[in-house]
Design a protein around this ligand. Sequence first.
Ligand code: VG1
Ligand code: CO
Length: 553
Amino acid sequence: MTDTTPPLDITTVSTTPFPDQRPGTSGLRKKTRVFMQPHYLENFVQSVFDAIREEIGGFAHQTLVVGGDGRYYNRPAIQTILRLAVANGFGRVLIGRGGLLSTPAMSAVIRRRSALGGLVLSASHNPGGPDADFGIKYNIRNGGPAPEGVTESIYQRTLNIAAYRTVTVPDIDLDHQGETTIGRTQAIVIDPLADYAAVMEDLFDFGALRKLFRSGFRLIFDAMHGVTGPYAQELLEKRLGAPAGTVIHGAPLEDFGGHHPDPNLVHAAELVAAMAERDAPDLGAACDGDGDRNLILGRTFFVTPGDSLAIITEHAQRSIPGYRTGLAGVARSMPTSTAVDRVATALGVPCYETPTGWKFFGNLMDAGLCTVCGEESFGTGSSHLREKDGVWAVLCWLSILAATRTSVEKIVQAHWERFGRSYFQRYDYEDLDVKQATEMVAVLRTKLTTLLGTSLSGSRITVADDFGYKDPVDGTVTERQGLRIVLANGSRIVCRLSGTGTEGATLRVYLERYQKDAVNEGIEQVLAPLTHVALHLLELRERCGRDKPTVIT
Ligand code: VG1
Ligand code: CO
């Protein structure tokens, strides 16, 4: 234990507001160089502290957790945040060793150690490096992302900030666990794996999973050089006995090895290729940079996130001890496929439809209204934490496979045979001109009322609106969360602009068509009529000069 002698010199640094610090779908995300400007990070962090101090008075008896996905600028940012936390009077600051904490692990640490909240340093699946992306988000006492009321109050403060408080002290050693007293603050470097691993041990039958691996079951887990490498090595290889080498790209790197740590069919190409080989493993999985997203693959078989959510919901009670007593309900974001809705109906539990972003699930889980939730963007999770959780999703699939002793593909086929299939795809058009894209969506919005009741590729339009949500717990209303066109036959077209990008605008077009019986048709073919209508209604080519999407997931 080292001591710097109090009293500390707290410096008040004058600053001027940056106009662009409004958090998006998941925190504040910008180019790394934007974050590296003098005062930029400090302004935001001081604004977070000012916004939350109001609620609780002072920080002297409070714990703040800090950690990130290991990308470039993670370490200097942590040292800066620690100095601000000391100057703002926090009693304790917990920091993941190496500066690392996955997003779900942050949630676990906040909850298990009764912290006031935490700052996650990540731009998730966006690339890292001095010329790539950086981000920061604040998680509240329940371990989940700050709700809109809080992010809005933070933003208002960033617009009026005149000064921040900091101290001049040397950097602390982030690489060894231990405690440093700085003024009245205890800075504690903690094991980033322990709390998270304990939560997993509580939920899953580790004995059954060890048996699965002992029987010769093979998994390949691609950590994409993000933060999940150490978590997956600890849980899968060390505790569950999966062979060494099960985890690939396991070392967290500042630039993720030059790739996008985005677990989808495009960016996880190496994993996809490995799962297509003749002697492919039984299960392929990948997580994103900060460990909250997951990709699930069987042998030459892709499980869509919507199906994965539905199948985890279907099997949870039978296959996972943590859900033995059943599920209270389920929730999905509006653009996510409706596959889980049909499982909820069969289970006799409610299904909630929320706007995009994990922050909208928090109240439902806190109130005990839902247990499992998910998004089409490769995010699945449950009330064990308040974040989506990539490694948890992999453990869910392992548990289902251990209980059923069949293949990934057969599990999905059986699900389709029982419930029918939601054919689902998302088209992303990245780096559009912001003005053109905003106008394109605005024009379609004005057309919606005239579309209602008309017919589209042979079916009547029953809903044509801009999705609004009233939180059933606290009554908060959130408007304009995505244009949706729903047909009488259950097909849907949803369009919205991304709230996580750092360059230009990204349009997301979500397409869904439900078929009860014909469950093995080509997806492109089944969705083609909807795709055609969507692009035509948007006038995408005329307004934004685009024909082809950047990514299809
Ligand atoms: C995207 C996804 C959304 C997800 C969000 C954060 O937001 O669509 O479902 O919650 O990313 O995920 P948007 O606004 O770009 O569509 V993560 O893994 O970046 O924390
Ligand atoms: Co993420």
